[in-house]
Design a protein around this ligand. Structure first.
Ligand code: NAG
Ligand code: NAG
Ligand code: NAG
Ligand code: NAG
Ligand code: NAG
Length: 360
């Protein structure tokens, strides 16, 4: 009898120990699960809106002003990542300025400077065919293999709205769409592709490649780059605008893969220099594109004044006093008002008025 009791007691102690161990193990385990959960959330929050630009030659200052506009208009305080593909000797200048700004807004953005390069596969072939800077963006799917999606912009773009606005088109893609672009033109009478192109192009008037949302995951699934080389080989003697023409030819053959954005996401002098042909309605110009040097010329002073207002503004000072008021003044100048693009002065400042218009 006594022996049995002793055995039973022994058994109970063992059981108790086991329960205790299990409990401890369970608590530790759920703690670590909790931690993992937190880390997961942090990463989720930190998934940046990723912007890519390719800057060569004399384009450093213009590129910096473009990036500055994206930061200035980042009203929703999205976490941004800027990847700048550039030439070796321009990196210091970029690094200095971008580091200064990042120190002012450490929670808002990060940046990386990348050397111009081609994918390893058949590198020699690409290199001989394309100028590195011009065609760099065609190879983003295989150069940025960890990136799901990005916004590519030319250096001569300015944000006049939060980057969030253009980014949300990615969520509107249907199952087949891999990229988004705005039309090259709105009017058949003055369109370029429909009148002059000697190669096929997307839609009735082509697309402009200055602002391009790319879902790289889908572009890789589509084997994007395997389509580029044959197009280039077949059409190289008939293309005028380089990579933009290649993109147009590709989407001519695959129209189901393109999401078409409205013209206010890539607003160009062509939209206002003869008459106003982009139907902005009441939403305002979102991204403005000073192509053919319009940010630096007097041909349509509206473009120059927008560029100057952003370039002149100093981060850390009052946006209302030092950006919005001077811009309003500049746009009401007689030279601007008398120009044909001056007719859209109200449309380029709508969003700035809305988000910076409250003095306090
Ligand atoms: C591409 O080539 C470079 C140098 O030739 C090498 O350092 C790099 O690891 C290669 N990348 C891949 C993905 O093969
Ligand atoms: C891009 O496409 C992939 C594959 O369809 C999808 O999983 C991913 O969510 C898309 N990215 C965005 C930002 O929509
Ligand atoms: C996606 O939209 C495009 C353009 O409207 C269309 O051509 C294509 O067929 C659509 N794809 C699917 C899977 O619905
Ligand atoms: C302009 O856009 C608005 C709304 O987006 C639409 O109601 C109107 O019909 C459009 N006007 C023209 C001329 O296309
Ligand atoms: C601006 O131009 C319009 C005609 O386009 C004219 O009626 C108006 O008086 C001008 N305003 C100023 C301040 O010059």
């Amino acid at each position: 009898m006594a022996l049995l009791q002793k055995k039973m007691r022994h058994f109970h102690i063992c059981l108790l120990g086991l329960v205790a161990l299990t409990t401890i193990f369970y608590i530790l385990h759920s703690r670590s699960l909790l931690k993992m959960d937190n880390r997961h959330n942090m990463e989720y929050r930190k998934t940046p809106i990723h912007m890519v630009v390719v800057a060569c030659g004399q384009r450093v200052q213009e590129t910096l002003v473009m990036i500055k506009s994206a930061i200035l208009f980042n009203y929703y305080q999205e976490y941004l990542k800027f990847s700048v593909f550039t030439e070796e000797h321009l990196m210091d200048e970029f690094s200095e300025k971008l580091s200064d700004w990042r120190d002012l807004f450490p929670q808002m953005f990060e940046f990386e400077l990348l050397r111009l390069r081609f994918p390893n596969q058949s590198e020699a072939e690409w290199r001989n065919l394309f100028k590195p800077c011009a065609a760099q963006r065609l190879f983003l799917p295989s150069l940025l293999t960890n990136v799901d999606s990005l916004l590519y912009v030319d250096t001569d773009i300015l944000f006049l709205s939060p980057i969030t606005d253009v980014w949300q088109f990615l969520n509107k893609f249907n199952e087949s769409q891999i990229a988004a672009l705005a039309p090259e033109h709105e009017s058949e009478n003055i369109g370029w592709y429909n009148r002059f192109a000697r190669h096929p192009f997307y839609g009735p008037l082509g697309v402009n490649s200055g602002v391009m949302l790319m879902n790289l995951t889908r572009m890789r699934q589509f084997n994007w780059e395997q389509h580029i080389l044959p197009i280039y080989k077949e059409y190289k003697l008939r293309i005028t605008w380089g990579d933009q023409d290649i993109i147009n030819i590709l989407f001519y053959y695959h129209p189901d893969k393109l999401y078409l954005m409205p013209c206010e996401y890539n607003y160009r002098p062509d939209h206002c220099m003869y008459m106003s042909i982009c139907n902005i309605s009441h939403s305002g110009v979102k991204l403005i594109h000073g192509n053919r040097g319009y940010f630096h010329s007097n041909k349509q002073p509206l473009f120059r004044e927008l560029y100057k207002a952003i370039e002149t503004y100093q981060f850390g000072s009052s946006i209302y006093e030092n950006f919005l008021l001077p811009l309003r003044l500049a746009l009401s100048d007689k030279l601007v008002n008398d120009s044909s693009c001056g007719k859209i002065s109200k449309d380029v400042i709508i969003i700035a008025n809305r988000i910076f218009g409250n003095k306090f």
